[in-house]
Design a binder for this molecule. Structure first.
Ligand SMILES: Cc1ncc(COP(=O)(O)O)c(C=O)c1O
Length: 377
C-alpha cells in the first residue's frame, strides 16, 4: 500500500460519500421526525409508501423492517407455510432463502443463466403439487426474464414474488422491478441503490386485498388498535428511516444513472481481459453490484487487495451448498452453472459517487495483473 494515492482508490459501496452529498437534507429530515414526537407508523411512513409505490409503478407499497421480512411477509400474505415449496435460485443472498424457511416452507432451487438470473427454461421441471410461489431474484440490479417467468407462472396458476432487494429502479421492457409479480420485495439495507441508515424494507403490490393483509401482518395482525383479526408479527419501517428514504428516493434515478455510467467505464476498460456483466436486451440494469467473471478470481482478488482495492464475492458459496441448508439434500453438481459462477465472480467497487479516475485505477490494476500473469506463463 506504500506510496498509493489513497484519494483515487474508490470505496466499495460509497455510503459515506453519499451521506456527504445529502447531509443537510438528511439532518433536516431527522430533525423533523424528532420534533414530531411520533416515531412508528406515522406520516413519514405513509408518505414514503405512496412515493415508493408511484416510483415502482404500482398501486401500493408497505414499509417493513428489512428485505428478509419483506419476503417473509409477502409469503405469509399469499398463504405460504409448512409443507409448501417455493421455487427460487441458489445464487442469491442467503436471506432470500431465510425468508422461505421463516414461514416453514421449502426452497426448491433452479439453476441460473449466464446473466446470473433464474434460468427460465428449468422452472417447469421443478414445479410440483406443492409449489406455491415462484421467487425470481433480480440479482446485482438486473431483472430476470419476467415475460417467460410470468407465462410459466400463469400456466400453472402460481403467484410470483419478486426478490427485488438489489433492483430498485431496474427496468425490463419499460416496467420497473416490483411491478411484475403479485408482490415485489425490497431491502433498504444501507448499501442498496436505495438504502436507509439502518435496516428497512418494503413490499409492493397492485392487489388491494394483499395490501390490506400486509398492513396487518407487519403490525401484529391488527386491523385497528388492539383488535387482531389475523396472526401477524412486528415488522415496521420506522418514521426516521422513512423520512431519510424520502430524501434519498428523490436521487435514485440520478444515482442509478451514475452507476450505469460507471459500469460503462468499467466495461470499456476491461472487456478484453475478463467477462463483464451483460445488459440484456430490453433491460435497464442498475448495477447494484458490478460483477466480473474470471477463472483467476482468487489470485486477482489478492492482487487487488494489495493495491488497496476492496472487492467482494456475491456469493462465494451458493445457498444449496451452505451448511445451514444441508438438510435440503442438495449436493455439488446439482446446479452446475451456479457452482461454476460462484468460483469466478468478483464484485468491484461500485456506487454513484465512484469517479472515472477511481475506476481507471481499478481497471489499471486488473490489467496489470493479467499482464504479469501472461508474462509468467
Ligand atoms: C437478493 C437479496 N434478498 C434479500 C435480502 C435481504 O435484505 P435485508 O438485508 O434488508 O434483510 C438482500 C439483502 O442483502 C438481498 O440482496
Amino acid at each position: 500500500m506504500a506510496g498509493l494515492n489513497n484519494s483515487v482508490i474508490p470505496s466499495f459501496s460509497g455510503q459515506l460519500e453519499q451521506y456527504t452529498i445529502i447531509r443537510d437534507e438528511i439532518q433536516s429530515a431527522l430533525d423533523r421526525v424528532m420534533r414530531s414526537g411520533w416515531y412508528i407508523l406515522g406520516r413519514e411512513v405513509s408518505a414514503f409508501e405512496r412515493a415508493f409505490a408511484d416510483y415502482c409503478g404500482v398501486s401500493y407499497a408497505v414499509g417493513c423492517a428489512s428485505g428478509t421480512e419483506a419476503l417473509a411477509l409477502a409469503l405469509m400474505a399469499v398463504g405460504v407455510g409448512s409443507g409448501d415449496e417455493v421455487i427460487t435460485v441458489a445464487n442469491t443472498a442467503v436471506p432470500t432463502v431465510s425468508a422461505i424457511s421463516m414461514v416453514g416452507a421449502t426452497p426448491v432451487f433452479v439453476d441460473i443463466d449466464e446473466d446470473f438470473l433464474m434460468d427460465v427454461g428449468r422452472i417447469e421441471s421443478v414445479i410440483s403439487k406443492k409449489t406455491k410461489v415462484i421467487m425470481p431474484v433480480h440479482l446485482y440490479g438486473q431483472i430476470a426474464d419476467m415475460d417467460k417467468i410470468t407465462a410459466t407462472a400463469k400456466e400453472h396458476n402460481i403467484p410470483i414474488i419478486e426478490d427485488a432487494c438489489q433492483a430498485h429502479g431496474a427496468e425490463y421492457r419499460g416496467r420497473r422491478a416490483g411491478s411484475w409479480g403479485s408482490l415485489g420485495c425490497f431491502s433498504f439495507y444501507p448499501t442498496k441503490n436505495l438504502g436507509c441508515f439502518g435496516d428497512g424494507g418494503a413490499v409492493t403490490t397492485n392487489d388491494k386485498r394483499l395490501y390490506e393483509l400486509l398492513t396487518m401482518l407487519r403490525n401484529y395482525g391488527q386491523e385497528k388498535r388492539y383488535y387482531h383479526s389475523i396472526k401477524g408479527i412486528n415488522s415496521r419501517l420506522d418514521e426516521v428511516q422513512a423520512a431519510l428514504l424520502r430524501v434519498k428516493l428523490n436521487y435514485l434515478d440520478q444515482w442509478n444513472e451514475q452507476r450505469r455510467r460507471a459500469a460503462g467505464w468499467y466495461c470499456a476498460a476491461l472487456e478484453d481481459v475478463c467477462l463483464c456483466p451483460n445488459e440484456k436486451p430490453d433491460a435497464r440494469h442498475v448495477y447494484h453490484l458490478y460483477v466480473i467473471r474470471t477463472k483467476e478470481r482468487d489470485r486477482l482478488r489478492v492482487f487487488l487487495d494489495e493495491a488497496g482495492i476492496t472487492t467482494l464475492m456475491h456469493y462465494p458459496v451458493p445457498v444449496h451448498l451452505q451448511q445451514a441448508y444441508r438438510d435440503l439434500g442438495y449436493k455439488v453438481g446439482d446446479l452446475p452453472v451456479t457452482e461454476t459462477i460462484a468460483e469466478e465472480i468478483l464484485s468491484l467497487p461500485m456506487h454513484p459517487a465512484v469517479t472515472k479516475e477511481g475506476i481507471a485505477y481499478v481497471a489499471k490494476q486488473i490489467r496489470e495483473y493479467f499482464t504479469k500473469r501472461n508474462k509468467s506463463t
